[in-house]
Ligand binder design. Structure first.
Ligand code: ADP
Ligand code: MG
Length: 276
């Protein structure tokens, strides 16, 4: 079996699963990959994982894997039977596809809310929920996550030469960072497979859990890259004042723009949920 995807698209748009006996015409702008027909299932449903990875440097490679992420389940039990291939709610695990399913249940839990029965039945899980389910199934979650980690490192190493070459020509190469969204699927033998890597992964939130993960992700990212908050208006005002003083013939005593330092103590100690 194969899966046909438009190359410059997202959210499961234009994707088709193709059976053994089907043929497709050559189409520019489409990618055909082998379909992983025996995925690992959770309660009979197919799922994939969205894992966030921050790269602060490619030369030498420095990457952080966010320990929290999203497990996205399909909304109709998995089958490869006759007539099932066209059913997107069986084969695609994208939230944007499955939210339209009649059976979709939201995850209403968050950091400070107790888990409800609804969360148990929801179609977007946390990694903690996944680990607990693996435990019930007798699966060693540490082993699965260790293999995912290796997959991520190998993927980054594979693109390292192209990215470092391209970076050498950029002006601000020491100030670059990128957050990637890795889509990973687990097969029936518990091996992880890379589906795709998203640049600019969606940071919109459809549930409190989503919001929690994405807020922490942004927070940790900004802490790790050392971003400092500053008030542009105050800096501009300071500059204007300084120029005025200069025009009047006074030399400014303080050459440093004050305002950038005012925010030094704004950040709390980062809650580091990213692993190096
Ligand atoms: N090779 C594959 N085998 C099995 N399922 C796949 C495969 N490729 C994609 N899928 C399913 O299709 C969904 C969308 O594919 P993906 O490559 O992530 O495209 P998009 O950019 O639209 O999200 C995945 O989340 C997964 O459920
Ligand atoms: Mg995807």
């Amino acid at each position: 079996m194969y899966i046909l995807k438009p190359t410059a698209s997202s959210c499961g748009r234009g994707i088709r699963v193709i059976g053994k006996k089907q043929s497709v015409n050559k189409r520019p702008g489409y990618l055909i990959s082998k379909y992983l027909s025996k995925p690992h299932l959770l309660r009979g449903y197919k799922y994939d994982m969205r894992i966030y990875v921050l790269v602060t440097c490619f030369e030498p490679l420095k990457a952080y894997i966010f320990t929290q992420g999203l497990v996205r389940l399909a909304t109709v039990p998995y089958s490869t039977g006759k007539g099932s291939l066209k059913k997107r709610f069986i084969h695609l695990t994208n939230f944007s596809v499955n939210k339209k399913s009649e059976t979709y249940v939201k995850n209403t839990g968050g950091a400070d809310k107790p888990k409800t029965e609804e969360d148990e039945m929801s179609f977007k899980w946390s990694f903690d929920q996944l680990r607990a389910e693996y435990k019930k199934m007798g699966i060693d979650s540490d082993e699965v996550f260790k293999n995912i980690r290796l997959l991520i490192i190998k993927t980054l190493m594979a693109v390292e030469p192209q990215i470092t070459t391209a970076m050498r020509t950029t002006k601000h190469r020491n100030q670059c960072f990128e957050v990637y969204g890795f889509d990973v699927i687990i097969d029936a033998k518990l091996r992880p497979w890379l589906l795709e890597v998203n640049v600019c992964p969606s940071l919109s939130s459809s549930s409190p859990y989503d919001k929690q993960v994405k807020t922490l992700l942004l927070c940790d990212t900004l802490h790790l890259v050392g971003y400092r908050l500053f008030d542009r208006k105050r800096i501009d005002d300071d500059k204007k004042k300084e120029n005025k003083q200069r025009l009047l013939g006074f030399e400014s005593k303080n050459k440093q723009p004050k305002s950038t330092q005012d925010f030094d103590d704004l950040g709390e100690t980062p809650k580091l949920s990213l692993k190096h």
